[in-house]
Ligand binder design. Sequence first.
Ligand code: NAP
Length: 163
Amino acid sequence: MKNLSIIVAVGKNLEIGKDNQLLWHISEDLKYFKKNTSGKTIVMGHNTWKSLPFKPLPNRKNIVLSRQKDLQIEGITIVHSIEDLKKLLITNEETFIMGGATIYKYFINIADKMYITRVNQNFDADTFFPEIDGKIWKKNSQSEWFTDEKTNLEYCFEIYTRN
Ligand SMILES: NC(=O)c1ccc[n+]([C@@H]2O[C@H](COP(=O)([O-])OP(=O)(O)OC[C@H]3O[C@@H](n4cnc5c(N)ncnc54)[C@H](OP(=O)(O)O)[C@@H]3O)[C@@H](O)[C@H]2O)c1
């Protein structure tokens, strides 16, 4: 698997979700997600798939990881193991790993790049992104801090590459 990128939005404690939902709604972050992933392949775990309000995500090849062998969902590709995923992802084009926690935990060890939106607040959560090891990951860019008009949440966009 080449050219793998993680895309995630995290709170101050690396929290990413609760009760199989996101912790915030920041429309500029959703636009950022859309801009980066449109036309590309996105890979997600079955719980994240179930959490999506609208699916499949349009203009993207949606791949869902599930161990349920009989699971079939129209219009998307289901894979049952990382080994099967490897056989599918033979392209050099950027592929986006879009969570959730179980998927990030595996792919943080092999991804080449991470698009991380930082939300400058603590949230009550039950799912977390793994620790980002500064010896392995180098921050290449960070945007200015923005404030979401609706929620007043501060957020910024960071990009990391593997050292
Ligand atoms: N903040 C963000 O950017 C962000 C992004 C994405 C998700 N989230 C949040 O994260 C939470 C969901 O995360 P999660 O960790 O509970 O679930 P998840 O990673 O989305 O999905 C877990 C499921 O994926 C399947 N799976 C995992 N590893 C697999 C493997 N190696 N082979 C085959 N199938 C595999 C299994 O599905 P089966 O049970 O069907 O076997 C497993 O139960 C939600 O709250 C969601 O809103 C946040």
